[in-house]
Design a protein around this ligand. Structure first.
Ligand SMILES: [Zn+2]
Length: 716
């Protein structure tokens, strides 16, 4: 399929920005692109399961020639469709496009996996070179006038009514995407849009690599035991391990990343060091000099505003939201502001609790942003008698993997079996075959890549390697789940936090969205849905972690094998809405600023003063800082992907909270009838129907915001 013009562009640009600067690839031997050996990245995927990605054959030097060759091939395919002398039909135009670009799809999938999990400095050079070229390629496709004419003819043809609903939506999808990319502009307008896109691609890559540079090159080294006061052993171990990798053995190193900074801020008794670590982290991209991102933000915003205007939209935000579920920036803003007030009110209560505790301890301080996590943890203990470290022994990574598989079996009748002899990018990765429990029918493959390593981006995410479809045969899904757990000692089970367990369920929800897909056309498959809808299936799955069925079977103590005591579960449940003020406000403030920035039009923006003024205007609590300050806001400035779209998490969570009610109102989380309805209307339909309609089919009505307010413990 002509994927690059559609879903893969976002994916490629995202991939272009990620990776850390540490990785020394094991595959460094140079490959001469001139040799007669065919480039293995271009080959059809071989092996069982309809073929699997040839991760064992990857060499960084292969990417550029493979991408270039695949782009040339795709352009030739598109040219043939565009220049056909036959009258345009759905079959010879739209379906032909769905069939084109398969080589490029395969190459860009592996390129994306390398960008996110195996990015060496050598690979980053390729990313910098390829990002503008891939952007230019995309414009070459969407600006092909003859091709657009054919798409437009099919879209406006009276014969369209004879097509199935899925086919009609696909025709609309192509038509609207081409128009939104500038297909209707004159030659001058098209040329300018293409120029802007290439300039943006370069700026996105620069923005991301600047953040990564500061994350990688700034650190705080602790040399004495006194500096470790308050830190639990697991945090000390991780910091000592960082000391070794940073060639400072015998010291404890705080890296400038979220996973290193947050535990320190939570547990360190040393207020002076907390402030130092906090400042290092929140200043990423904002330190002046060659890695400062402020000027890049100004440039990106100007280019986006100019492009939106050229394309006929009031602002970039209006352009981005047109095909989202929210439809307009105003609707998204309305929801955010409705949640903002009660969330801020909750923060004031949280701060009051923390201040009271600090006063009781005679700390003689006023709560500052670097105190929030520290006192929050103390309040949690005081109020709910809940110590996060008490929960951990019951949460073993391997057991939780069994748990998510079991839940998929209960809800969707899936069975997971280890698939051996499938090539992987790294020996830590395992592969599982997914089949139907009853019929044994093959459904897809699930790759699991749980451990941190150099060259792998931080955080957790899902990736689709191959989308289910039926245009090119019975093509089955291949997905992966990725995380960054620090490997435990050999032979010992790896214990994870409740939050990390919840994230595992979340990412697995994305995987299930891909695996359940049951559509005809690849462009509409699996997770290829509106940005503000795609987090709904994943956030929904988080709810199954705390079901008694999962806890009793899988949350078992790593030494005794006994299930987690009910008393501890009760404490977890009671503290569920704890700290929701903080979590909501640090996220929501960033989402509101993202939207406001992209509603400014072509006004020249100074990022520093905008951030300051906008937060003051919002009434941002002094004790909290943005989850992502603008100079490090990768969601918004590493691609167009989440720009004017960071609100999506909240939008999706409204739907999520409301949807779980369908289970609790019926027979509970494992009600088979509700699960069947969920699969039929949500998990299997991809983008073949309007999401709002899909949701109504599942729930019988539109989502209501009340469930979200209740879930977060806010009074609306
Ligand atoms: Zn997600």
């Amino acid at each position: 399929m002509c994927n690059i013009a559609k879903r893969s562009l976002l994916f490629l640009l995202l991939a272009a920005m990620i990776g850390s600067l540490l990785m020394t690839s094991t595959h460094t031997s140079a490959v001469n692109a001139e040799t007669a050996d065919p480039n293995p990245l271009l080959a059809e995927w071989e092996g069982r399961y309809g073929g699997v990605p040839p991760f064992d054959k990857v060499q960084v030097a292969l990417f550029k020639p493979a991408l270039e060759s695949a782009m040339t091939e795709n352009l030739a395919e598109i040219d043939k469709i565009a220049k056909s002398s036959d009258a345009p039909t759905f079959e010879n135009t739209i379906v032909a496009l769905e069939r084109a670009g398969q080589t490029l799809d395969r190459v860009s999938t592996i390129y994306g996996v390398w960008g996110s999990t195996m990015a060496s400095p050598e690979f980053q050079v390729v990313q910098r070179e390829m990002a503008p070229k891939l952007a230019a390629f995309n414009d070459q496709v969407t600006q092909n006038a003859a091709l657009f004419k054919r798409i437009e003819t099919v879209y406006n043809s009276p014969d369209k009514k004879k097509l199935t609903p899925e086919q009609q939506r696909l025709a609309w999808y192509y038509y609207t995407n081409f128009v939104r990319s500038g297909a209707k502009l004159d030659a001058k307008g098209k040329a300018r849009v293409a120029e802007i896109n290439q300039e943006l691609a370069g700026l996105f890559t620069k923005f991301s690599q600047n953040v990564l540079f500061e994350e990688d090159n700034q650190l705080i080294t602790l040399k004495t035991e006194e500096e470790l006061a308050g830190l639990p052993q697991s945090v000390r171990d991780a910091e000592a391990a960082s000391g070794v990798t940073r060639k400072q053995p015998g010291t404890w190193v705080i890296m400038n990343t979220r996973s290193s900074v947050e535990p320190f801020l939570t547990y360190s008794d040393r207020r002076d060091l907390r402030e130092k670590v906090w400042r290092m982290f929140i200043m990423r991209g904002d330190n002046g000099g060659e890695h400062d991102n402020n000027a890049i933000i100004t440039q990106i915003l100007q280019l986006r505003a100019e492009r939106a205007k050229l394309l006929g939209y009031q602002t970039h935000a209006h352009w981005r939201l047109e095909n989202a579920m929210a439809k307009t920036p105003e609707r998204a803003m309305e929801l955010m502001m409705a949640v903002w007030k009660p969330a801020v009110a909750r923060v004031h209560e949280e701060v009051k609790d923390m201040q009271a505790l600090a006063d009781k301890e005679k700390a003689g301080i006023k709560i500052e942003p670097w105190d929030y996590r520290y006192y929050m943890e103390k309040v949690r203990k005081a109020k709910y008698d809940l110590d996060q470290n008490e929960v951990k022994p019951y949460l073993q990574l391997d057991k939780l993997r069994e748990a998510i598989h079991w839940v998929a079996g209960e809800l969707f009748n899936f069975k997971f079996t280890p698939a051996t002899n499938v090539p992987v990018a790294h020996p830590d990765i395992t592969v599982w075959e997914v089949t139907d429990k009853t019929s044994g029918k093959h459904i897809g493959l699930w790759y699991f890549d749980p451990y941190a390593r150099a060259g792998k981006r931080s955080g957790a995410w899902m990736n689709a390697y191959r989308s289910q479809e039926r245009v090119n045969g019975e093509i089955t899904t291949i997905v992966s789940n990725n995380a960054n757990f620090v490997k435990g000692k050999p032979g010992e089970p790896l214990l994870i936090s409740w939050d990390d367990a919840s994230t595992m369920f979340h990412e697995f929800g994305h995987a299930l969205h891909g695996l359940n897909s049951n559509v005809t056309y690849p462009s509409l498959s699996g997770t290829a849905v509106a940005r503000d809808y795609v987090e709904f299936p994943s956030q929904l799955m988080e709810h199954w972690l705390s079901t008694p069925e999962v806890l009793q079977k899988f949350a078992v103590h790593y030494q005794t094998g006994k299930p987690i005591p009910q008393e501890l579960v009760d404490k977890i449940n009671r503290s569920r809405t704890f700290n929701q003020g903080f979590a909501t406000v640090e996220y929501l403030a960033a989402a509101i600023l993202d939207m406001k920035l992209h509603l400014l039009g072509d006004k020249k923006v100074d990022a520093r003063s905008f951030e300051k003024e906008a937060l003051a205007e919002l009434g941002m609590p002094h004790e909290i800082v943005l989850r992502h300050r603008l100079p490090q806001f990768l969601h918004v400035f590493s691609s167009d992907g989440y720009s004017a779209g960071y609100y999506s998490y909240l939008w999706s969570d409204v739907i999520t909270a409301d949807a779980f009610g369908a289970f609790t109102e019926a027979g509970g989380p494992y009600d088979r009838k509700v699960a069947d309805r969920l699969r039929k209307n949500i998990f299997s339909v991809g983008n073949t129907i309007d999401p709002a309609e899909g949701y109504r089919n599942f729930r019988g009505r539109d989502p209501k915001v009340e469930a979200l307010m209740k879930k977060r413990g806010f009074s609306g």
